[in-house]
Ligand binder design. Sequence first.
Ligand SMILES: Cc1cc2nc3c(=O)[nH]c(=O)nc-3n(C[C@H](O)[C@H](O)[C@H](O)COP(=O)(O)OP(=O)(O)OC[C@H]3O[C@@H](n4cnc5c(N)ncnc54)[C@H](O)[C@@H]3O)c2cc1C
Length: 442
Amino acid sequence: MPHVVVLGGSIAGLAATRALRGQGLAVTVVEPDGLATTGARGGVPQGGQLHALLDMGRTQAERWFPGLSKDLVADGAVLGSGDEIRLYENGTRKVSVPGNELIGVSRTLLEDHIRRRTVLDDGVSVRVGRACGLDIRGGRVTGVRVRTAGSAEVAVVPCDAVVDATGRSSRLPSWLAAEGWPEPPADRMRIDLGYATARFRRGGELPGVTVAHQLPAAAGAAEQSDTGAMAAVEGDQWMAVIVAYAERRPSRDPAEFLRRMREMEAAPFGVVADRCAMIGEVETYRMAHSLRRNWWALDRLPGGLFVAGDAVASFNPVYGQGMTSAFLHASCLAAHLRKGADLHAPAHAYFRHVRVVVDAAWEVSTLSDLAQPHVTGPYPQGYRMARRMADWMARASTTDAWVNERFLDVVNMRRRPAALRTPEFWWRVAAALRAQAAQPGR
Ligand SMILES: Cc1cc2nc3c(=O)[nH]c(=O)nc-3n(C[C@H](O)[C@H](O)[C@H](O)COP(=O)(O)OP(=O)(O)OC[C@H]3O[C@@H](n4cnc5c(N)ncnc54)[C@H](O)[C@@H]3O)c2cc1C
């Protein structure tokens, strides 16, 4: 049976593992933390931050781990829908979208469930260690060099193919360069983003609310305000995150966290700050830049090489697209193999497929980031017009459910950004803005 080594046992690696197992391949997962740990772990330093699993991500997660949502809810996760999900744009609550669903679950519980299911599969073996290079012979990957945890010893794990899912700090480009292969060209956008997450005891203070999200301020807003999200999660808790940029990045100070929650224009944040006890400490995370590695631009690629998840691209997480992208990459991998692709051949077609997912997420997040005064590009062609249109669309989506649904479809990765460029869409945006103008006191 062909054997694939998956590097990284987090969301992207474990989703890829399922996709490979679905094609009857044997898989070894190489992971420094192993797969037996539960809760917070060193390999995923962002694990304590609030993670939203978008609707599309949940659909994809169900594909790879059937019954996952049900199991999570049984463990205390909270599935909200329609009016229970409150989105705020410039202080105004947006109209609800009836079919919209979002599951409130901590990143650690989600990962625990996925890991538990993976280790039950006899076709998956786990190697506790850290990958540190590739063996490439005859134009294809033939093995992975792995340093065993707690030792300096490096062993080679032979394989037919490898999936790099080691996250945004992936060293794969330099491993390839060391073997005389080209590195992928990369796009970097400096965002200087700060995240701070805290947990609160949850009672009956916000009946009918499971999620609140204060979206990023529109371009040219007079004052930079915080972005924030909060979700009802397992353990009868709220998880709340405050997101801000550059010198406004939030600190670990609980008093500052509570003050900033109270200052949010979205009312639920203030309610939780005033009425719920904070549990534990405020955890922070800093992200200097968004990064996209353009693997699809390479003419020369060793055979049997795949990359998935944040190792391909990681962007401003404020739109919550990272895990959904990782699940979608697994679908790209499954589709590639199902078509009968030779595992030993360069996977150009796989990367072209992944590009569609990456570019969609990149477009949504970077368009929003470029509105920040400290973000200085690179600007895509036609940026000024795109920015203006994004602001009109955001305003229209506060009152027009159809516009908001389309907008959420794109943010939730159910549709491509092109869905926001159709004449029908712009006709609806114009109508919504005209209706708003006719009610100036609104
Ligand atoms: C602050 C923050 C908030 C976020 N919020 C959201 C959100 O709301 N919604 C969302 O969908 N996404 C969010 N994300 C993104 C999300 O965390 C990632 O997209 C998601 O975890 C998929 O990542 P991954 O599996 O590719 O990599 P990671 O989750 O980063 O995991 C990488 C894995 O590789 C392992 N590893 C590292 N080096 C090696 C090596 N040399 N050999 C073997 N294994 C190795 C690590 O131990 C780890 O297990 C957020 C990210 C950040 C930083």
